[in-house]
Design a protein around this ligand. Sequence first.
Ligand SMILES: [Zn+2]
Length: 213
Amino acid sequence: MAGESFIVSTERLGWPPPRRGRRRVFDLLPGEVQTQMVHEIDPGEPTATCHLQIEAEQEALCGYPWECLIEVPDRRDWHALDDCLKCDICEDEAVERALEGYRRAAAVVFDGDEQVGCLGVRVVGWREELGPFWRRRRQEVGELPQWVLLRTAPAHPALPHDAEGGVVPDEALGNELRAWSEDTFTIRGTHLRLRWLSGNEIDRVHREVGWMD
Ligand SMILES: [Zn+2]
């Protein structure tokens, strides 16, 4: 399953030259107004908030106007950007979109050329218990992917159990979705390869996993 690829763009590239001999250490000086998007010092470096776009002439995922954005050169990887440069709304929106692809998914799992298992993936609402025990309440905290891996090979060092699974924790979500979009699945330090399935084959895996009767 190929991940959606976005254009990484920014509100500003590089720094304007320092004024009155002052050394520029951070951002624009008070009273200084941005009149262009690319500046001569470090013109390849994003120096303001970065956003994600689907098309160059289309607003960012957060709604920021494309006219005020410039593409970061060298097809910069969003994940390699400093966190303080990333637009939180674009980031959340990108994860949300990526999650859509895993609402009902399944893959055959390979170790090298050997088929070792199959993987079922779905998205579940995740709740947290809040409050003291006498007023315990459960609150929906969001949606997360759930996976179950069934071993089909007779024995495999990374897959000691016939079946195992879990819910991808929120803090690992971005990385896990990225690995899945690159057709990889890592368990106990072993990198397995995924071949995503479609249609009836997904149903078959979900039935085996016990998600369908
Ligand atoms: Zn944004």
